[in-house]
Design a protein around this ligand. Structure first.
Ligand SMILES: NC(=O)c1ccc[n+]([C@@H]2O[C@H](COP(=O)([O-])OP(=O)(O)OC[C@H]3O[C@@H](n4cnc5c(N)ncnc54)[C@H](OP(=O)(O)O)[C@@H]3O)[C@@H](O)[C@H]2O)c1
Length: 341
C-alpha cells in the first residue's frame, strides 16, 4: 500500500480509501452487503493496507457507521485507522439519498441539514454508532441552503475544538460555495476543510473546470466518490436492459441508471474497455489508475467482491503514459452538473 497526506494536513491515509456505503443493510438498498458478507471484504482491505474508511450517518440509516466502527475494532489499531463520516441528510431507512428515485419520507424538523442544533446532535449520534471517542474526518455531505454558512462553520469548528472530531471535510458543491465556506472559516480563525469529496471519474469530469484547480491551488485533498461511476465503468452493465445485468447493483441502482449511460458515456466505456484489454488489466484498475494519474489523493472505492479490492490496489502500481491518458479522455462529452443535490 502507498500512503499520502490528506491535503495540507498531517493525516496519513492509504491512497485507496474504502467506501463503506456498500456495507450495512440490504433493507436500505438491495445491493448493500449485510454484516456477515461485509466482514471478509473489510478484513481483506485492512490486510492490503487500507486504513481509510469513508462512511456517512445516512448510509443504511446508521448501520454502515455501526459496521465501520465494529470492523475497525476487530481488525485495526484505532490510532492507525482514519474514520471519515458525514452529516447533512436524514438518517432513516426510508431515505435512500438525495438523488434516489421513489417517494422520500416526510421531512422532520431539525432531522437534517447543517444547523448548529443538527450538527451537535448528529456528531454525538455518529460517535455512538461508530463506538469511538472521535471521528478523524467529519464531512458535510452537501451544503445546506437553509442555514447561514457562518452558523455551520462555527458549529463545525466547535466539534473540532470539543475533541469529537480531528479534521473537517466537505463534499459536492459549487467551487464558489466551497471557496466562500473556507473564507468564512479563515476570517473567524475557525477550522477549515482539508478535503473535497467530489463526483469525479472518467465518465464525469466537470470537476476539472473549477473545483479541482481550486483544491490544487489551496492544498485541499481531492477524494472522488463513485470513481467507477457506480460500477458503470466496470463494463458489466447491460445498458439496453438493466434487468439482464450481471450484478444486483447493476440491476437495481436507480441512481447509476439515472446518472450514466449516454452515447458519450458509452464511447468512454468502449475506449476504457479496449485499452484495459490491451494492457491485460481490469477496467476498474485502469479507471482508478487514470484518477491517480490526474493527481487525486485517494479514490473512494466501492467494493462488493474480494477481487475488487486487489484490482483497486493494483492501480497504485501501474504506469499510464501520456498517450494512454489522451486515448482515455478523447471520447468525453460535457455533462450537466450531476451530484450536487
Ligand atoms: N459524498 C457523496 O455524496 C457520495 C456519493 C456516492 C458515494 N460516496 C462514497 O463513495 C464510495 C464509493 O461509491 P460507489 O460505490 O458508487 O463507487 P464506485 O467505485 O463508482 O462503484 C462501486 C461498484 O462498482 C463495481 N465494482 C467495483 N470494483 C469493481 C471491479 N474491480 N470489477 C467490477 N466491478 C467493480 C461494484 O458493482 P457491483 O456491486 O454491481 O459488482 C461496486 O458496487 C461509497 O461507498 C461512499 O463512501 C459518496
Amino acid at each position: 500500500m502507498k500512503y499520502t497526506k490528506l491535503g495540507n494536513s498531517g493525516l496519513s491515509v492509504s491512497q485507496i480509501a474504502l467506501g463503506m456505503m456498500s456495507f450495512g443493510s440490504s433493507e436500505w438498498r438491495p445491493w448493500v452487503l449485510d454484516e456477515a458478507q461485509s466482514r471478509p471484504l473489510v478484513q481483506r482491505a485492512i490486510e492490503l493496507g487500507i486504513n481509510y474508511f469513508d462512511t456517512a450517518d445516512m448510509y443504511s440509516a446508521g448501520r454502515s457507521e455501526e459496521l465501520t466502527g465494529k470492523f475497525v475494532r476487530e481488525f485495526c489499531r484505532r490510532e492507525e485507522a482514519v474514520i471519515a463520516t458525514k452529516v447533512f441528510y436524514p438518517v432513516e431507512m426510508g431515505f435512500k439519498g438525495g438523488a434516489a428515485g421513489g417517494a422520500k419520507p416526510a421531512r422532520r424538523p431539525n432531522a437534517d441539514g447543517l444547523s448548529r442544533k443538527h450538527i451537535l446532535h448528529a456528531v454525538d449520534a455518529s460517535l455512538a454508532r461508530l463506538g469511538t471517542d472521535y471521528i478523524d474526518l467529519y464531512q458535510i455531505h452537501r451544503l445546506d441552503p437553509e442555514t447561514p454558512l457562518e452558523e455551520t462553520m462555527e458549529a463545525l469548528h466547535d466539534v473540532v475544538k470539543s475533541g469529537k472530531v480531528r479534521y473537517l471535510g466537505a463534499s459536492s458543491m459549487a467551487a464558489w460555495q466551497f471557496a466562500k465556506a473556507q473564507q468564512i472559516a479563515r476570517e473567524h480563525g475557525w477550522t477549515r476543510f482539508i478535503s473535497m469529496q467530489n463526483h469525479y471519474n472518467l465518465a464525469y469530469r466537470e470537476e476539472e473546470r473549477e473545483m479541482i484547480p481550486l483544491c490544487r491551488d489551496q492544498g485541499v485533498a481531492v477524494i472522488p466518490w463513485s470513481p467507477l461511476a457506480r460500477g458503470f465503468l466496470a463494463g458489466n452493465r447491460d445498458a439496453a436492459d438493466t434487468s439482464r445485468s450481471a450484478t444486483i447493483r447493476a440491476q437495481t441502482d436507480d441512481v447509476a441508471q439515472k446518472y450514466y449511460g449516454s452515447a458519450g458515456d458509452l464511447r468512454v466505456l468502449a475506449e476504457l474497455s479496449r485499452l484495459a484489454r490491451q494492457k491485460a488489466v481490469s477496467n476498474a484498475t485502469l479507471a482508478y489508475a487514470w484518477l491517480l494519474h490526474k493527481g487525486v489523493t485517494a479514490p473512494i472505492v466501492g467494493a462488493t467482491k474480494l477481487p475488487h479490492l486487489e484490482q483497486a490496489v493494483a492501480a497504485l502500481y501501474g504506469q499510464l503514459t501520456d498517450e494512454d491518458v489522451a486515448l482515455l479522455e478523447a471520447p468525453y462529452e460535457p455533462h450537466r452538473v450531476i451530484g450536487h443535490t
